[in-house]
Design a protein around this ligand. Structure first.
Ligand SMILES: Nc1ncnc2c1ncn2[C@@H]1O[C@H](COP(=O)(O)OP(=O)(O)OP(=O)(O)O)[C@@H](O)[C@H]1O
Ligand SMILES: [Mg+2]
Length: 225
């Protein structure tokens, strides 16, 4: 059996109100693969991702995620905290207390991995949405993340930057053996992944081949319209 980057067994999570968000969910993402998480609004995608990242604690079940984990939010303005590109990527390394030369080398390498070396000194406010998402991803690469969790990272991007971003995450996954789980509503992004999960009302109802899931969801969209 392949090594797993993410393993979830019988995971359940309810909000303090008693509302069930995740119900007996089990899934596995093999190490070095790029999987997507699909589902309608409110089906529990963001909750599941936050559980995987350790931002929420489950009431039942088991979670195994290779460490360290990187998280990329839908809105990069909620994530980027420093004034410039290079400073932001370096900021994520503060906890590791590395020598300055190592920090500099890691930042340079991570920005190179997302094609942003030329923008190291650029202020964050002067970046496009797609460039901001790349800075967030560079932060995870600099920290040597084994697992990358991305919650609708293309939601605020135009179609060209959207497909650029998904293609570059695929390249990173394949060239570095990172395991990635990407939440999306956009079916055209499914062309880039190795497999996908479908959530409905907190339950995992389908998983596997991206093409088959895409067909299934297109039929649902047609019936709805
Ligand atoms: N902080 C919270 N407190 C209480 N309930 C919440 C909280 N966040 C989300 N929920 C509820 O949990 C359920 C799952 O929400 P979640 O945000 O995980 O869905 P989602 O699949 O990410 O939806 P979307 O596609 O709109 O992002 C929803 O019913 C939502 O209202
Ligand atoms: Mg969400």
């Amino acid at each position: 059996m392949a090594d797993m980057g993410i393993v979830v067994k019988d995971l359940s999570f309810s909000w303090p109100s008693g509302e069930i968000a995740i119900q007996s969910c089990s899934l596995e993402v093999p190490q070095g693969e790029f999987w997507m998480l699909l589902g309608t609004n409110g089906s529990g995608k963001s909750t599941l991702l936050r559980l995987l990242a350790g931002l929420l604690a489950p009431q039942a079940g088991e979670i195994g995620v290779l460490q360290p984990v990187g998280f990329v939010f839908q809105n990069p303005d909620h994530q980027l905290v420093m004034p410039t590109v290079g400073a932001d990527v370096a900021f994520g390394l503060v906890e590791e207390k590395l020598p300055t030369a190592v920090v500099r080398a890691r930042v340079e390498e991570a920005l190179g991995a997302v094609n942003l070396n030329a923008l190291t000194l650029r202020p964050i406010y002067a970046l496009s949405g797609g460039q901001k998402q790349r800075v967030a991803i560079a932060g995870a690469i600099a920290r040597r993340c084994e697992v990358l969790l991305l919650d609708e990272p293309t939601a605020l991007l135009d179609p060209d930057s959207q497909l650029d971003l998904v293609a570059s995450v695929r390249r990173l996954v394949k060239s570095r053996g990172i395991t990635a789980l990407w939440v999306t509503h956009r079916l055209d992004e499914l062309n880039y992944c190795d497999g996908a999960f479908l959530l409905e009302k907190g339950c995992l109802v389908d998983q596997g081949e991206p093409e088959r899931l895409k067909q299934r969801l297109m039929e649902v969209h047609q019936e709805a319209s």
